[in-house]
Design a binder for this molecule. Structure first.
Ligand code: HGY
Ligand code: MN
Ligand code: MN
Length: 436
């Protein structure tokens, strides 16, 4: 691997380590929407982007935005998210943003020459939904498809509405988040794979074929709080027993449908009143459901929620569930996928593996909104993610840089005038696959 690429990768690693210190919980990485730590992360990335000559701003939903802003007729959007889950790894999200920053720095000279397109960079503000259990807040706003009702109706654990959180984070006079579609070539996101496939196949890079759809459900079991010492077992309406049995059964339900790629997770559970000598009167929590096909997810949701009713009835409880967020399964843009595969080859790297993504990404929200989107995956050790042990090597980061250099240069080369012909903006339409 050429030393300059490794040097660039090493700098990205240093910056990842600096971003990792932007956290609400010292000693681990937790960076929710609207937090001081997200603001600190923005300040770092903003400085690197401005030093690379880009215009930077925060948009009306709170994304960090940047552009070469030369007023060119075409624009290419790069980026990923800067928020995190709780006790996160340092690569999930920031790697894609910092690779975009590096490309803007590395191609600065070309980007200020008659380069065929402006580079737009987004550091999305809320892909994980840690604070509001929403997801793709920033990317949906950039795609112009965020329903304003969400701002008033979505509340965090302290009852603060999303709209109020946005006002506190970016004020109410920031430029609109929606990115104009005219001349938009598409969106490319570099991200760690968050799975074991690339490592198993011995490939540093993968090109994503499609992104699983996902549903985020809020649920509750309502039983009856009672004295732990005096309430006979047969007379209890124990909301935790109902939730626990349901959770175990939905886990087995999904395991039996692993062949369809179904995954179901109860990631959060709260018990009320939460005293050791009181029978739990109420449990609330979350259910995360995903599958490569929407039909699989819809059918599973029906069956799993029906199971909730059964376990509630068995314990003399009531069961309620609300789908808080749903994102369809999407295909990545064929044209951009083809270009990424070609770029990996042109960089002299091992052939990229084409694979689906079980993890959700901002690219899913943009693709679902009709913006041609593609993803380049970077191998991560053991497929570990959403965990402090998340890791990808500088060698593999350098491989991603090499591929993205080739990707950008190939797009630019197509526009250079050939023997006097007028400069032609590369027509990706011909390559435009569907996002179907
Ligand atoms: O949950 C996901 O798949 C992503 O990391 N937000
Ligand atoms: Mn994540
Ligand atoms: Mn991510």
């Amino acid at each position: 691997m050429p030393s300059l690429l490794l040097e660039r990768a090493r700098r990205i690693r240093e910056r990842l380590d600096r971003l990792a210190l932007c956290t609400e919980e010292p000693g681990r990485i937790t960076r929710p929407y609207g937090s001081r730590s997200l603001g600190d992360a923005y300040a770092l990335v903003n400085a690197w982007l401005a030093a690379a000559g880009l215009r930077t701003w925060a948009d009306a939903i709170g994304n960090l935005r940047a552009s070469t802003a030369r007023g060119r007729p075409r624009r290419l959007l790069l980026g990923s998210h800067l928020d995190s889950v709780r006790d996160a790894g340092r690569f999930d999200g920031p790697l894609g943003v910092l690779i975009a920053v590096d490309l803007a720095e590395h191609h600065r000279a070309s980007l200020s020459s008659p380069w065929p397109f402006d580079l737009e960079i987004a550091g999305f503000c809320d892909e994980e939904g840690l604070r509001f259990h929403s997801t793709y807040l920033g990317s949906r706003a950039l795609a112009g498809v965020l329903d304003p009702v969400v701002l008033a109706e979505t509340r965090d654990a302290d009852g603060i509405t999303l709209g109020e959180a946005v006002r506190r984070f970016v004020g109410d006079s920031a430029p609109p988040a929606a990115l104009p579609r005219d001349g938009l070539l598409g969106y490319v996101e570099v991200h760690i794979e968050q799975g074991p496939v690339l490592e198993a196949r011995g490939a540093p890079l993968g090109v994503v074929s499609g992104i699983a759809g996902q549903a985020r459900v809020a649920w509750e079991f309502i039983g009856r709080a009672a004295h732990a010492g005096t309430t006979p077992m047969a007379l209890r309406a124990d909301a935790l027993v109902a939730a626990a049995r349901w959770t175990a059964e939905l886990h087995d339900f999904a395991r039996h449908r692993a062949a369809e790629g179904l995954v179901a997770t109860v990631g959060r559970l709260e018990v009320t009143p939460g005293a050791s000598n009181v029978v739990p009167g109420r449990t609330t929590g979350t259910l995360d459901l995903r599958a490569p096909l929407d039909r699989t997810r819809h059918e599973a949701a029906m069956e799993i929620l029906a199971l909730g009713e059964v376990h509630a009835a068995n314990q003399g409880c009531e069961f309620f569930a609300r789908v808080e967020q749903e994102t369809p399964a999407v295909r990545c843009d064929l044209g951009l996928r083809g270009r990424l595969l070609t770029a990996v080859r042109a960089a002299g790297l091992p052939t990229a593996v084409e694979l689906p993504s079980g993890a959700g990404h901002d690219a899913a929200a943009l693709a679902a909104a009709g913006i041609p989107s593609a993803m380049l995956f970077v191998r991560c050790r053991g497929g570990v993610s959403h965990h402090p042990d998340e890791y990808c090597s500088e060698e593999d980061i350098a491989a991603a840089l090499a591929a993205m250099d080739e990707f950008l240069l190939a797009l630019a080369a197509e526009s250079r005038p050939k023997n006097g012909a007028a400069s032609k903006i590369p027509d990706l339409a011909g390559l435009r696959g569907t996002n179907s």
